[in-house]
Design a protein around this ligand. Structure first.
Ligand code: UDP
Length: 231
C-alpha cells in the first residue's frame, strides 16, 4: 500500500452520463473511495481536470490564453465541489489554487501542502499549473514531485494504456506494464507527453485505470494489479 499518493481525476469523470457539469452521484462515488484511502491513513493530493466544463484547446473561437484561463477556472469549480463532497463525508480537505483568489481558496505553496498533508487533510490542487498551454496532467506530475508522492493514480475514462485507440482500432491491446520511454516513443495516451517526461525524470510511477469502476481508486492505492502501470 502506498503512503502518499496523487490522484488525478479527469473533469469528465465528475460529469457522469451528462458529460457536462457536475453529477452529484459521480462525485459522491469518487469521494467515497477517497474517504476509504483517507481512513487507511494514506496521505492524498488530488488534481481535478476541467474538461467537463471547458478545454482551452477546443475550438472556442477565442484567443488561446484566455481560453486556457477559463479552463483553469473550471478546475477550481470542480475542486470546490470535491472539497464539499469530502467534507460531507467527514473528510477534512483543503483547496489550494495556483491562481490567486484568496476569497475562494488559499494560494498554493509547497509548504502549506506539506503542513496540510501532515495534518491529515486531503489537499486539492486547483487552477492547474496557473499557466496557459499546460494541462492538469502537467499539474499532477509537478505536484506529485513537489509533495514527494510515491505514485500518481490516473483515473481516466479508459481502463489503461493501449497500443492504439481501442475505439478506432479493434486490434489495440492493453499494456499491463510499460516504460515511460515506450509511452513517449509510441505517443501513447497515459498522460500527455510533457507530464510523462516529468514523471520519467523524477521516477514517479503512474497507474492508469478506469474511473467507471470507482473501487479501482482503492485497488490502485493498495498497489493491486489493475489498469496499466507506467514506470
Ligand atoms: N489548463 C491550463 N493550464 C494548466 C491546467 C489546465 O491552461 O496548467 C486549462 C486548459 O485549457 C485545459 C483546461 O484547463 O484544457 C482543463 O484542464 P484539462 O484539459 O487538463 O482537464 P481534463 O481533460 O483532465 O478534464
Amino acid at each position: 500500500m502506498y503512503k502518499r499518493v496523487l490522484l488525478k481525476i479527469s473533469g469528465e469523470a465528475l460529469a457522469g452520463e451528462n458529460k457536462h457539469g457536475i453529477d452529484p452521484i459521480s462525485i459522491g462515488n469518487i469521494c467515497d473511495r477517497i474517504k476509504i484511502l483517507h481512513d487507511k491513513g494514506i496521505e492524498i493530493g488530488v488534481v481535478v481536470g476541467g474538461g467537463n466544463f471547458w478545454r482551452g484547446r477546443d475550438d472556442h473561437d477565442m484567443e488561446r490564453t484566455t481560453s486556457d484561463y477559463i479552463g483553469m477556472l473550471s478546475t477550481v469549480m470542480n475542486s470546490l465541489a470535491v472539497r464539499d463532497a469530502l467534507e460531507k463525508r467527514g473528510v477534512e480537505a483543503v483547496v489550494l489554487t495556483a491562481i490567486q483568489m484568496n476569497v475562494v481558496a488559499e494560494s498554493y505553496t509547497k509548504r502549506n501542502t506539506e503542513k496540510y498533508l501532515k495534518e491529515g487533510k486531503v489537499v486539492i490542487f486547483s487552477a492547474g499549473t496557473g499557466h496557459p498551454y499546460f494541462s492538469t496532467d502537467t499539474c499532477a506530475a509537478l505536484r506529485a514531485c513537489e509533495m514527494n508522492a510515491e505514485v500518481i493514480l490516473v483515473a481516466k475514462t479508459i481502463d489503461g494504456v493501449y497500443s492504439a485507440d481501442p475505439k478506432i482500432d479493434k486490434d489495440a491491446v492493453k499494456y499491463d506494464t510499460i516504460t515511460y520511454s515506450e509511452v513517449l516513443k509510441k505517443n501513447l495516451q497515459a498522460m500527455d507527453s510533457a507530464s510523462t517526461a516529468i514523471c520519467m525524470e523524477n521516477n514517479i510511477p503512474l497507474v492508469v485505470f478506469s474511473i467507471f469502476e470507482p473501487d479501482n481508486i482503492v485497488k490502485a492505492a493498495e498497489g493491486k494489479n489493475i489498469g496499466t502501470l507506467v514506470k
